[in-house]
Ligand binder design. Structure first.
Ligand SMILES: CC(C)(COP(=O)(O)OP(=O)(O)OC[C@H]1O[C@@H](n2cnc3c(N)ncnc32)[C@H](O)[C@@H]1OP(=O)(O)O)[C@@H](O)C(=O)NCCC(=O)NCCS
Length: 189
């Protein structure tokens, strides 16, 4: 069992972290309610996803203890259509042996902080309704429930509900996006 006083370092991921991230994700695909993939990912697919996020200048972070990657988190566009361009959906995964020791509580705020330096204004998590640790983590980091989609997933032989959790980022909807005139939102706009 890892030492709960271990120093957790959060940093941007590199391509060399891909095997460790695949191992973490692979376990959760097979055993957990977190991922919405149901087959193990090919390493090239994870590399492709990581590069696509970096190209969009979105953060892709890992948590490390004593040089070992024990978790990762990243943001992706919420939906492809351009009007959603200021909204991101994120994912967070902690190594099975390091859960419940505060790594999520370090990684998620670091992701929020990194996103606040981008032009993103809203952050969405899509969480299985039965995933208590993830719901708790998100609530602790300021996310609020924004809706439940019933029976939209099918995993482990049963239908699953997805909860949308939302958190505003930075100026949120109080100001227009930085790259759009830069003004404050006026009534009637
Ligand atoms: C969900 C996950 C990212 C949380 O990370 P973690 O490092 O285990 O969580 P932490 O130790 O930082 O704890 C975060 C909060 O959740 C709570 N928590 C942790 N494990 C819990 C559990 N089994 N049941 C209920 N709450 C739990 C903690 O008490 C803490 O809340 P608090 O700060 O109010 O005390 C991690 O468990 C994980 O990777 N799970 C599998 C993959 C997954 O579900 N990812 C999320 C997809 S949306």
């Amino acid at each position: 069992m890892p030492d709960s006083s271990a120093v957790i370092v959060i940093r941007s991921s590199t391509e060399a972290d891909v095997p460790a991230m695949l191992e973490i994700y692979g376990y959760h695909i097979q055993n957990g309610l977190g991922p919405f993939d149901i087959e193990p990912l090919h390493p090239d697919e994870l590399k492709r996803r990581r590069k696509a996020m970096l190209k969009r200048r979105l953060p892709h972070l890992v948590a490390e203890i004593d040089g070992t990657v024990v978790g990762y988190a990243y943001a992706a566009p919420f939906r492809k259509r351009p009007a959603y361009r200021y909204t991101v959906e994120h994912s967070i995964y902690v190594h099975k042996d390091f859960r419940g020791m505060g790594i999520g509580r370090r990684l998620l705020p670091a992701l929020i902080e990194a996103l606040e330096k981008t032009n993103s204004r809203q952050m969405i998590a899509v969480v299985d309704s039965a995933n208590a640790p993830s719901r708790r983590l998100h609530e602790a980091c300021g996310f609020v429930e924004a809706g439940v989609l019933r029976s939209v997933g099918f995993k482990f032989g049963r239908w699953t509900d997805s909860v949308f959790l939302q958190r505003a980022l930075g100026a949120a909807d109080w100001q227009l996006p930085d790259d759009h005139l830069g003004g404050t939102v006026q009534a009637g706009e």
